[in-house]
Each structure stands twice: as C-alpha cells, then as structure tokens.
Design a protein around this ligand. Structure first.
Ligand SMILES: C[S@@+](CC[C@H](N)C(=O)[O-])C[C@H]1O[C@@H](n2cnc3c(N)ncnc32)[C@H](O)[C@@H]1O
Length: 292
C-alpha cells in the first residue's frame, strides 16, 4: 500500500471514529474534544468529501467547547472561577509533564481568557526575550505549591498578555500585578481583566528595571530578559531583600541564574522542568553579603 493510500485510510478511520463517538459533545469531555481537534488539525491536507466531514466535525467540537468556555467565563465573572476550573485537574495529575511544551490545558486557558487580536508589537531591544506564555499546567502547579493567601501580591516581571496574573486572580485569593514593556500586550491583559471582572489583577506598562520592587511578596520570571537587564533587576530585588522577605520564582533558562544568586535559597530541590521557587535569605545573611 502506498504511503498516501495508508494516510487516507488513517484519516477516514479517525473521522469515522470521531463521528460515531457518542457523548463527545458532553461538557465533561472537554479535554477529549481539544485533543480530537488537535488530531483533526493535523489532517488539514485531506480533500473532497472527507475534508467536508472533517470540517463539520471540527465545527461541532468547537461549538461544544465554546459553550464550556462561556460557562467558565460566566463563573469567573461571579467570582467562582476557581471552582469552575478545579474539576479539570489542571495541575499535578500523572501526565503533568515537565518542560515547555503546550497541551490541552493551554487551549482551555486560551478559551477562557480569550484575548482579542493584539495590535502590532514593537521590536524588542537586545536582551529582552520575545513573548511566550508559561505552559498552563506549570502555572497551576506553581499556584498549588505557593499556597498564596490574601496577603500575597504576585508580580509577573515581563507578563506578556498576563496569563499568570490573570489566572492568579481567578484561582487564588492574592492580588497580582503584571509588568510588561509591550503596550499591545498590556492592553490585551487589561481588556481581559475587565471582561472577566478581575479587580485583583492589574497591569503596568513599563520596563521591569523601573518597577516598584517595594510591592510584591512573590516575583515571577519566565526568562523575560537576560544579561545586563537581568542583572539590574536582580540587584534591585537583592536590595529589597535587605529590607524584607519574599519569594522569587523562575521558569526556563533564567532559573540557573536565580540559583546562582547568593541571597536566594531554593525552596524545592526537585523542580527540574517545572517552575522553581526561591526564598530571599534572612535579613542578616543578606546584609553580610552586601558588605562583601
Ligand atoms: C517569555 S515571555 C513571558 C510571559 C509571561 N511572564 C508568561 O509567563 O506567560 C517574556 C515577556 O517579557 C517581556 N519583556 C522583555 N523585556 C522586558 C522588560 N525589560 N520589561 C518588561 N517586560 C519585558 C516581553 O515583551 C515578553 O512579553
């Protein structure tokens, strides 16, 4: 059998299987629908009657997902977002993989936050890292481990569209702040917070080097910048650590930089491929370091 005939058979088998799957439209099968849509996406080359059937299937599954996303958005507006999201096992289940790949949870989060089309983004200066959201499973895993309270303020330095502060406002009692240099992303994050009535999340458009480090009990960085910018932000945080205690969380390459800071102590040693949490060291210890 030639490769294209074999491919055709696989396509037809998949479409038939999905069409005959009873109950795939049920609200609780959101994850299966998202994964089925992913598989259908990979078939985009198919033509003729099978293409029409694939498209009809896609529209049916997307419509069912939209209903679910709308229900979650409505719950968020009424302050019940955490409960509405809890049923989906968003962190800590057996397949919660490490690393930066995306999965069905990211589709769910996009469906709930539903950002509009961003305006044109500016060209970033050297040492500033382009936008890429933290995979949703790591954000939920982080929230579980941080156990934020209403006294906490989570600051995402380089917050992009604001996934982390927005999800914190939905799922935790803490206040959250996104600091982002790109105006188009800040506008998208503010629109989302307003549409979902998330009064606990606020977004500041500025260079992270200029931000007010006196506010924040947890600072989060998904490698937003490198080199001298990272140095300048870490020096500001280190000075702040001389005055009070807070936590710093890192994901991606910046984690190794945080691990080398003498004023930070790793809180959880087994976090390879997940977000790492560090605690600023005690006032006395930090003071000693400053005199070096
Ligand atoms: C890798 S993305 C992280 C996005 C977000 N923190 C998340 O985890 O979903 C890095 C973001 O940092 C922003 N950024 C880069 N340099 C910055 C700076 N000096 N000040 C503020 N934001 C900056 C970029 O525009 C980008 O949106």
């Amino acid at each position: 059998m030639s490769e294209s005939v074999a491919d055709g058979c696989i396509v037809q088998a998949l479409i038939k299987a999905l069409e005959s799957e009873r109950g795939l439209d049920a609200p609780e099968r959101l994850r299966e629908r998202i994964e089925a849509l992913d598989r259908l996406d990979a078939l985009m080359g198919v033509e003729g009657a099978w293409a029409q059937r694939a498209q009809a299937l896609q529209q049916r599954l997307e419509a069912a997902n939209l209903l679910q996303f709308e229900a979650i958005r409505a719950a968020v507006r009424y302050g019940k977002g955490r409960v509405a999201l809890q049923r989906w096992q968003l962190a800590g289940d057996a397949d919660c993989r490490s690393g930066d790949a995306y999965d069905w949870r990211d589709e769910l989060v996009s469906g709930v936050l539903r950002f509009g089309e961003p305006g044109e983004a500016s060209v970033l200066a050297p040492e500033m890292v382009f936008y890429q959201p933290t995979p949703a499973r790591h954000v939920f895993d982080l929230f579980d481990r941080l156990a934020l309270t209403s006294d906490d303020v989570l600051v995402d330095l380089g917050s992009g569209f604001g996934h982390v502060p927005l999800l914190a406002a939905i799922c935790t009692p803490a206040r959250s702040i996104g600091v982002e240099i790109e105006p188009a992303y800040v506008a998208g994050a503010r629109d989302c917070a307003q549409a979902l009535r998330l009064a606990n999340a606020r977004f500041v458009q500025e260079d992270a080097r200029a931000t007010d480090f006196t506010v924040g009990s947890v600072f989060y960085l998904y490698t937003p910048f490198t080199g001298t910018i990272m140095r300048s932000v870490l020096d500001a945080l280190r000075r702040e650590a001389g005055r009070r205690a807070f936590r710093v969380c890192g994901f991606g390459p910046c984690t190794a930089v945080l691990a080398n800071e003498s004023w930070l102590a790793a809180e959880d040693a087994s976090t390879a491929g997940r977000v790492s949490i560090f605690r600023s060291r005690r006032h006395g210890d930090v003071k000693r370091d400053f005199t070096q």
